[in-house]
Design a binder for this molecule. Sequence first.
Ligand code: 173
Length: 321
Amino acid sequence: MNRFAPRLAFAAVLAAISGIACAQEVTLRVVSAFAENTQYVKNFEGFMKKLNAEGKGTLQLNFIGGPKAMPPFEVGNAVRTGVVDIGMTTGAFYTTIMPEADALKLTQIPAPELRKNGAYELINRIWNEKANMQYLGRVIDFTPFHLYLTKKIDKPDLTGLKIRITPVYREFFQAIGATVMQTAPGEVYTALERGVVDGYGWPINGIFDFNWQEKTKFRVDPGFYNAEVSLVMNLDKWKSLSQKQRDLLMRHVIAHEAANDSWKKVNQDDTQRQAQAGIQTITFDPATAKQYYDKAYEVGWASVTKASPQYGPQLRKLFSR
Ligand code: 173
């Protein structure tokens, strides 16, 4: 017997033990960049409940919380480093890790189709390589962003106005003359109340979650881009799951993603609610509206491609109609 034999035997026992550990129930820690009381998290709770019911003995999700547990702009990094296992967040909140993250707002094709046309493979090549993340799937789709204002404008010119942004809106609002200020969603109400900003960017849905209707006078139509909120997972944790655990997780993610049509109704309802709350719409003439809308995509893609000459054009090809 060579002198390494005992060590080899020991290694074999370790491998067997870790094999057994793999077959046992794993609990994943989940955080959200959006607050617990929002529609986004409420919708996600349904997903977790179903998964946890079916995943007994295999896989469980443990929801740690939203911005009270972790600042929204830190969720991406916490997933990258494995401080948490899964984040429900948006690309705009982790552009400092990888600028390509913000390109997800530019998809003109629903997520289930992106799963089939090669876009998801490209996303995961980039997300794996640059952010140590596995991109699992999209939980908000079919939802445009809008510009909301406390002051009236009669053309797409924001000169002299200070607008609350995230990276989603930065280039576009600057391109039409705005001065911009980045804040987390949780700081928008106070910024409006104190008159620090004259408006903000946000999706068509959700302003009532934050009571911003109290401070909002106008919404500019049309909307632009496609609000994106997704589930991203620490890549090492993803790799450590058994095939059975991954299959369970992905089956639930794909089913949830395929039900994103439900946002269309939410968006209709919220549009109506905004009108009832006295928010007036500012609508440009058709030619101006088209210019405004096209400008958003033009500067959006220019920004992604400048930051990522390698992947920007590839993403554009797969994301665009
Ligand atoms: O905070 C934001 O305005 C933002 O970037 C965003 C992105 C996706 C959904 C909701 C908000």
